[in-house]
Design a protein around this ligand. Structure first.
Ligand SMILES: Nc1nc2c(ncn2[C@@H]2O[C@H](COP(=O)(O)OP(=O)(O)OP(=O)(O)O)[C@@H](O)[C@H]2O)c(=O)[nH]1
Length: 518
């Protein structure tokens, strides 16, 4: 019994131990299951992160993720795991190969980039350093992507540089406008004879397609010529002023000399007069007490001889004075004569310059500033007399095509011939100026309403009948004319605007015609 009890109690202990051991085992297995679950979730997440590299891999991984959600079917997933393992190995070698190929492509791109000229030195150095770095293999895409970014950045910088350079040298509409204005200005400025060929070459270079450099050079050369002219003008004025100054100094010296001399002579002469007076006094005194006639004769003769000597001295002095004065006057006359000649030349130069400033260099017609002056004069006359005054604006038709077809210098000659024709078709009291380009302005005083159209039609016909011949081709050139008569309370500038509007109409009514604004 005692033994049975002992056995029972031992069995209980064992049972208890077994129970504890099972509990511990259950707990362990639960813990392992949790960890395994976590691992499976991690594998699922990782498989998601691998998505997109390879379609086959993506499908396998999707299947695996599905199986891994069902814990009890985990054994089914083993073949999939093996497949995926194999694909992953293949994928890795494929990625490595791809990365190598991409590195080769990037090196090619860099080689191309290095061939671009005018890359700033700093950027050039960066590019060749980067090229050296590219010789090291990429291990992952994360090595590759920054390199692509770097190349994009290089391209961006090179492009920015190019765009900058391109903008700098591109001829824009505003440059074309400046070229046109410069060309126009060159036609209005009078240059020296030896400068004219250069100016005409510059004008030609500004017409067709030109580079920005040509325009800049043109400005530089023109500026140089103008400065040279100003310097020459200044030198001429200075030379004249030096001559003037020298002459005035000489004249002053001569005058001062002769003044000093005159004072001295005056003093000597005064002294001689005094001496002569004294001698006359002496004569009266010395003869007052003489009774003897012979003694008197002797005394008078002595006194007279002294007086004669004094007079001779005075005469000699005066003669010397005369010679000196004559010489001074002659010197003065020569100096003033030279100065007058010099002044005359200078005046002529000024006058010529003034005249040139009012003449259009190409056509030799009065220019715009001369026109403005004449308009004022005619306007004042009109206000005083109320006689009719007409303003007409004439413009050559399709002149651009003359330039385009036969060249700019033919265009220039055409302008000269037409300008002469216009001038010759007017009376002396009438006036024509080159307003600019291929436009001329006529001022016609004292023409009645009925006469203006025939008059301007004669002018138009005169131009039309000029037998132009370019490149063996007979060409007819026409002009369109618009005219207006000044009316009460109107400014002449307003009359001009009406004439210009009439010209616009003439141009639109197929040109070669006269339109009067009534
Ligand atoms: N040769 C030369 N051409 C000039 C001069 N001044 C202006 N021109 C040219 O005159 C032409 C004027 O052209 P547009 O204003 O288009 O007029 P257009 O061809 O005469 O045509 P319409 O006036 O409409 O009949 C431009 O080609 C100018 O370059 C100059 O001094 N010499």
């Amino acid at each position: 019994m005692k033994d049975a009890d002992a056995n029972t109690s031992q069995l209980n202990v064992l049972q208890q131990k077994l129970y504890s051991a099972r509990q511990a085992l259950d707990e362990m297995s639960e813990d392992q299951n949790e960890k395994l679950q976590l691992l499976l979730q991690f594998i699922a997440q990782l498989s998601l992160a691998c998505k997109g590299q390879n379609v086959e891999l993506d499908n396998k991984l999707a299947k695996l993720r599905h199986k891994l959600t069902r814990f009890n079917q985990i054994d089914d997933a083993v073949p999939d795991l093996n497949d995926i393992n194999a694909i992953l190995k293949l994928q890795y070698s494929r990625v490595t190969q791809q990365l190598d190929e991409s590195r080769g492509s990037l090196t090619n791109i860099i080689n191309h980039l290095q061939q671009v000229e005018s890359i700033p030195t700093k950027l050039k150095k960066e590019i060749s350093f980067f090229k050296k770095e590219l010789t090291k293999p990429f291990h992952t895409y994360w090595d590759y992507i920054p390199s692509v970014n770097k190349i994009v950045q290089f391209y961006d910088e090179v492009l920015a540089e190019k765009v900058l350079q391109g903008d700098q040298f591109k001829v824009l509409p505003r440059h074309r406008k400046s070229a046109q204005e410069l060309s126009q200005m060159l036609s209005e400025i009078e240059f020296r004879k030896e400068q004219r060929d250069l100016i005409s070459t510059i004008k030609k270079s500004l017409i067709e397609d030109f580079e920005l450099d040509t325009l800049l050079n043109a400005y530089q050369v023109v500026l140089g010529l103008l400065l040279d002219n100003i310097a020459k003008e200044k030198t001429a004025s200075q030379a004249f002023l030096f001559v003037l100054n020298d002459t005035l100094t000489n004249v002053r010296d001569v005058v001062t000399d002769s003044y000093t001399h005159t004072i001295k002579s005056f003093q000597v002469s005064k002294q001689l007069n005094r001496e002569m007076n004294n001698q006359v006094d002496n004569v009266s005194e010395s003869i007052a007490e003489i009774n003897d006639i012979n003694q008197l004769k002797t005394q008078v003769s002595v006194q007279l001889s002294a007086l004669r000597s004094a007079l001779n001295l005075k005469e000699a002095l005066e003669a010397k004075e005369q010679i000196k004065l004559k010489a001074s006057v002659e010197a003065l006359r020569v100096e003033l004569n030279d100065l007058s000649k010099e002044t005359e030349t200078f005046k002529k130069r000024l006058f010529e310059q003034q005249k040139l400033n009012r003449l259009d260099a190409l056509t030799q017609l009065p220019n715009r500033s001369a026109l403005e002056e004449r308009m004022e004069i005619e306007y004042r006359n009109y206000q005083r007399t109320k006689h009719p005054l007409w303003v007409a604006v004439a413009d050559i038709d399709y002149f651009k095509s003359v330039n385009d077809s036969y060249g700019h210098s033919t265009g220039d000659k055409t302008l000269q011939v037409i300008a002469m024709a216009l001038k010759n078709s007017l009376r002396d009291t009438e006036f024509v100026a080159r307003f600019g380009g291929e436009e001329f302005v006529l001022l016609l005083p004292n023409v009645e309403d009925d006469d203006i159209k025939p008059l301007l039609n004669r002018v138009r016909e005169k131009v039309k009948n000029i037998p132009f011949k370019f490149k063996d081709q007979k060409i007819t050139i026409t002009v369109s004319i618009g005219a207006a008569r000044i009316v009460e309370n109107e400014l002449i500038s307003e009359t001009f605007e009406r004439a210009d509007a009439a010209l616009y109409k003439a141009k639109h009514e197929s040109r070669d015609r006269v339109i009067i604004d009534l």
